[in-house]
Design a protein around this ligand. Structure first.
Ligand code: CDP
Length: 253
């Protein structure tokens, strides 16, 4: 088999050169990391679930006219994507207080916010992805004013789309992170949702019980992470419930 050219390896994914110019293959690893990679573990099956879940959300976004980098799923762990220039920002949308927002402002976890809150962090692991303002983004030229208007509108549209989908299966979308890329097509440039959308990058709580169904299960040692992600995938119809009660083979006389 021909060796592929690795373009980039991150904490949870690897990017390879794609079959056509302007494409890449995105491979989902089983590695789980938290607290800026201070906590690490291999969680069997996580990559397969995130590949399927990210496909599900990206296809849905493409279908309602929100452009993404997703082209097609190739196999259990890989998807074909458009290559893009990633804007060095983590765009976080919050509907309920959790995580670093609670730490920063002393809020009680789970408090509903009066409106969705959009925050930007500068994407740099060595700095711990610090929170930045639009002033920083403009001053350092990470994105133009026009791009920031578009990013805000995309982030809020993605939030409405995801919140509705999760609400329909009894899950509260507490917060999530997206990354945005620039795709160049001849003289034109457009923004797309890039990276992944999965329980690794969202906070998801069961609406009735409050049970956590996202990466906090790993961060806080709350149980089995693949069970939580499988539950999300099953509720969304992305995977079928496995029939664990397969009948024992019987001797037929
Ligand atoms: O997740 P953490 O408490 O470190 O930070 P946060 O600012 O509360 O995260 C808000 C949301 O963005 C959560 O759903 C995180 O899972 C997600 N996030 C992410 O996917 N990647 C990051 N580097 C930071 C946050």
């Amino acid at each position: 088999m021909a060796r592929r050219t690795k373009v980039y390896e991150g904490k949870a994914k690897i990017l390879y050169e794609g079959p056509e110019p302007g494409t890449l293959v995105q491979y989902f690893k089983d590695d789980a990391t938290a607290f800026n990679a201070k906590k690490k573990e291999i969680i069997e099956g996580k990559g397969v679930l995130n590949n399927r879940l990210s496909e599900f959300f990206m296809v849905g976004l493409n279908n309602i006219g929100i452009p993404t980098h997703f082209l097609k799923r190739l196999n259990m762990r890989e998807q074909l994507i458009s290559s893009c220039e990633i804007i060095p920002l983590e765009v976080i949308v919050r509907n309920f207080a959790a995580g670093t927002l609670c730490e920063r402002l002393g809020l009680e976890e789970g408090r509903q916010l009066s409106r969705p809150l959009v925050e930007y962090c500068y994407k740099d692991d060595s700095l711990g992805d610090p929170l930045v303002s639009e002033e920083h983004i403009a001053a350092f030229g990470w994105a133009s004013h026009q791009e920031m208007d578009e990013i805000l509108s995309l982030a809020l549209r993605v939030n409405d789309f995801l919140s509705g989908i999760f609400y329909g299966v009894g899950i509260r979308l507490v917060d999530f992170k997206i990354e945005i890329g620039r795709v160049f097509e001849s003289d034109f440039q457009r923004l797309v949702i890039a990276d992944e959308i999965s329980p690794d990058s969202c906070r998801l709580w069961d609406i009735d019980s409050g049970e956590k169904l996202d990466k906090d299960v790993f961060r806080r040692d709350l149980g089995n992470l693949t069970d939580a992600y499988s539950e999300v995938a099953m509720r969304l119809g992305v995977i079928q419930p496995s029939n664990s009660k397969v009948a024992e083979p019987r001797l037929v006389k």
